[in-house]
Design a protein around this ligand. Structure first.
Ligand code: AR6
Length: 169
């Protein structure tokens, strides 16, 4: 697992993950950036997918991105933590990684799902992201590298702390 600060749309990995909404028809934040960089063909393919439930994931091609695939997952909206948010967020990582393996992906990059518009507290979300991914990688050797792409220093530091506390468990 590696941490990067930057823009996920520029990464030369096999798959990038999109923090989408249930319509899969685009939006703001990282979703908007991915659609802009991939070009209009991405939206055309997304229209055929009939949306996606929260905690689940669907895959498309990457079109004009360097990444061969985009895995679209829908994080939970933060409603205080008592509405199943942690389980749903963990499921985003797990289902995205499963889809990646099914498509032969070896390198994958995740944004901080739910940490923007959806309001998930970043330190809690980072903990779930690294824990769920570490559990998955322990059982699956097919994925060689997982990048967590942090848009700013605050998110980066939250991931650093999460990886640190995982190493000390
Ligand atoms: N590269 C990497 N990370 C980014 C980028 C980028 N280019 N742009 C933003 N981020 P958000 P959510 C970070 O709001 O909370 C959309 O409208 C951002 O700083 O994109 O899951 C969808 O359509 C934050 O840390 O996703 C949904 O309606 C993280 O990515 C809704 O927003 C996620 O922020 C999903 O909300």
């Amino acid at each position: 697992m590696h941490l990067i600060i930057g823009d996920i749309t520029t990464l030369p990995v096999d798959a990038i993950v999109n923090a989408a909404n249930t319509t899969l028809l685009g939006g703001g934040g990282v979703d908007g950036a991915i659609h802009r960089a991939a070009g209009p063909e991405l939206l055309e393919e997304c229209k055929q997918l009939n949306g996606c439930s929260t905690g689940q994931a669907k895959i498309t091609k990457g079109y004009r991105l360097q990444a061969k695939y985009v895995i679209h997952t829908v994080g939970p909206v933060w409603r205080g933590g008592g509405k199943g948010e942690p389980k749903l967020l963990a499921s985003c990582y797990d289902t995205s990684l499963k889809l990646a393996v099914e498509h032969g992906v070896k390198t994958i990059a995740f944004p901080a799902i739910s940490c923007g518009v959806y309001g998930y507290p970043v330190s809690q979300a980072a903990m779930i992201a690294v824990k769920e991914t570490a559990n998955f990688l322990e059982l699956n050797e097919a994925i060689e590298k997982v990048h967590f792409v942090c848009f700013d220093e605050t998110v980066y530091e939250a991931y650093e702390r999460a990886i640190d506390s995982l190493n000390h468990e």
